[in-house]
Design a protein around this ligand. Structure first.
Ligand SMILES: [Fe+2]
Ligand SMILES: [Fe+2]
Length: 532
């Protein structure tokens, strides 16, 4: 028996029947237009989560029962259906990259409720240092059963992923292959593999390897920090929804951790905010708003203590939404007038909900302001409407900017379609001095860049690149730091080179130029994987 820990009680084995409500051929749904693409994205995500769930059930069941036992029928059949539904021209690949699950190249968006199952699979894959499992269309029931038995039965303390691979061949398991973990590979070879991971373009100095290793470490710390904050918001939101009491201690600790990272290397942390979630009421939005607010306040010059206060306040700015039914929050269509009445109350309800929480004797001013003022707007054109004169706090003005930016760039927070970061920034700049505080907005643009982090651009070589961080040179703000992600023909490249667009050649001309901004939302391109 392996010592991989699964978080849910064994009773779970009985449930998790997949709900296959979609059509057999999903690819037929990608007709034209973004609505069809949206449906496909959502359904693929949903199917991906189901695959993870069933795989989890299968492995757990295999620890108890023999491979031929009927207890394995349900998860095996469900997995086969899922694989056959998803795999068309190519196999289904479940990947793990820095503790985030991917279905092929798309980040699997996990809700707070699905977190336990996802974590269980992440832990299991991590224990074996598996970076990905490929299921091909030809996979059969016996293959899945044998694979699960192998996975559950082999002692990982004495065996490596290579042994697992050999066993797969020896036992004649067809249609399932394993990928190694890239990240851990780099970690083991710290000092020699930095270049491989971060691209070996000629854009670096002599101390490349050391920088590369340092970057990997920072990224891992940032990612862990993000996951911790997200976890604590998930728990708090759930218990607020369930009417229970919650403690802020965990969130406080997580925020303090992340502040150290932001002060040290804000681009890495900001990159994580590009992990967008399709589910409207997931905690990513709150975490992103918190990270963006801390970064902006750090530019303003807040002390670490003030940053922590603000970060925590931002984390719980939408606490009032826990009173709104999930059906309303997750509505795929426009809100009704009634829904809007409920929505408009969430800034006020938020304060009431916060006051009920354990660990809060009196609600700190910043927390109350964050909840109460974040939809008011600088010119009070938003809500709630007040009949008494009011002065917006700095926290409120910061939150108005960061909340709007994240809500608009993510999908489905008040609107169905996400917008590209650059479009959102343009829209926000058009409301500078009206909805948003002009000075703060300018500083915010400095944080995320004129061409914001996560944007997709085409270089004059016809290669596509993703913006990793704003330009260090304010005079050339339109020349960010990017990573090349495709060749000139548009084929995706792994570990593409990083390019500083402010770099000049011997004649004093810029070495690389952007020829156009690509709308990543229009192309359904998920750039988040390049940040983790
Ligand atoms: Fe809100
Ligand atoms: Fe919000």
């Amino acid at each position: 028996m392996s010592d991989i820990k699964f978080k849910e009680p064994p009773v779970e084995l009985e449930q998790s029947q997949p709900v296959l409500i979609h059509e057999k051929s999903l690819s037929q749904k990608i007709a034209h237009g973004s609505a069809a693409g949206d449906i496909l994205d959502q359904q693929m995500n949903m199917l991906g989560i189901q695959l993870v769930t069933q795989l989890n059930v299968l492995i757990k069941t295999s620890r108890i029962y023999e491979r031929t036992n009927t207890a394995l029928d349900k998860p095996v059949d469900a997995m086969l259906t899922l694989i056959k539904t998803m795999a068309h021209d190519q196999p289904v690949i479940l990947r793990l990259q820095n503790d985030f699950l991917f279905l092929g190249d798309s980040h699997l968006k996990v809700t707070a409720q699905q977190m336990a199952v996802a974590t269980s699979i992440i832990d299991a894959l991590n224990a074996w240092m598996i970076g990905g499992i490929t299921f091909s269309l030809t996979v059969e029931s016996k293959d899945l059963r044998e694979f699960a038995a192998l996975f559950a039965g082999l002692d990982r303390n004495n065996k490596t992923v290579e042994d697992l691979r050999k066993e797969i061949i020896l036992r004649g398991i067809a249609g399932i292959t394993l990928e190694e973990q890239r990240q851990l590979h780099v970690q083991e070879e710290t000092g020699t593999a930095g270049n491989e991971r971060f691209g070996a373009g000629g854009d670096k100095g002599p101390d490349d390897t050391e920088n590369g290793a340092l970057k990997v470490l920072r990224k891992m710390r940032a990612k862990t920090g993000y996951a911790k904050v997200a976890g604590s918001v998930g728990t708090l939101t759930q218990s607020a929804r369930g009417g229970g009491t919650v403690s802020f201690k965990q969130a406080k600790r997580a925020i303090q951790n992340i502040i150290d990272l932001i002060v040290e290397d804000e681009a890495t942390v900001l990159g994580l905010t590009t992990l967008r979630c399709h589910d409207q009421y997931t905690h990513n939005h709150s975490v992103n708003v918190s990270l963006l607010s801390i970064t902006l306040a750090n530019h303003i010059g807040f002390s670490k203590v003030e940053l922590a206060d603000l970060g925590l306040a931002a984390l719980f700015h939408d606490m009032g939404k826990s009173d709104i039914p999930m059906e309303v929050l997750n509505k795929p269509c426009e809100f009704t007038d009634e829904d809007w009445v409920a929505m408009r109350q969430h800034p006020t309800t938020g304060i009431l909900n916060l006051s009920k929480m354990r660990g809060i004797m009196n609600i700190p001013g910043r927390m109350a302001a964050a909840s109460f003022e974040h939809h008011m707007n600088l010119d009070f054109s938003g809500y709630p409407k007040l009949t008494v004169p009011w002065t917006l706090s700095l926290t409120g003005r910061i939150l108005t900017i960061t909340d709007c930016y994240d809500a608009m760039t993510s999908s489905r927070v008040y609107r169905r379609e996400p917008m590209s970061p650059a479009k959102v920034l343009n829209m926000m700049l058009s409301k500078s001095g009206k909805t948003f505080d002009a000075v703060l907005l300018k500083m915010f643009v400095n944080c995320v860049g004129i061409i914001p982090i996560g944007s997709l651009v085409m270089l004059e070589t016809s290669e596509l690149a993703v913006v990793l961080k704003p330009s260090a040179d304010k005079a050339n703000a339109e020349r960010p730091f990017v990573r090349v992600i495709t060749d000139p023909q548009g084929n995706q490249v792994d570990h593409g080179r990083e390019v500083d667009l402010t770099e000049k050649d011997e004649t004093g001309d810029f070495r690389h130029n952007i020829i156009r901004l690509i709308d990543n939302t229009e192309y359904k391109f998920d750039t988040s994987r390049y940040f983790i």
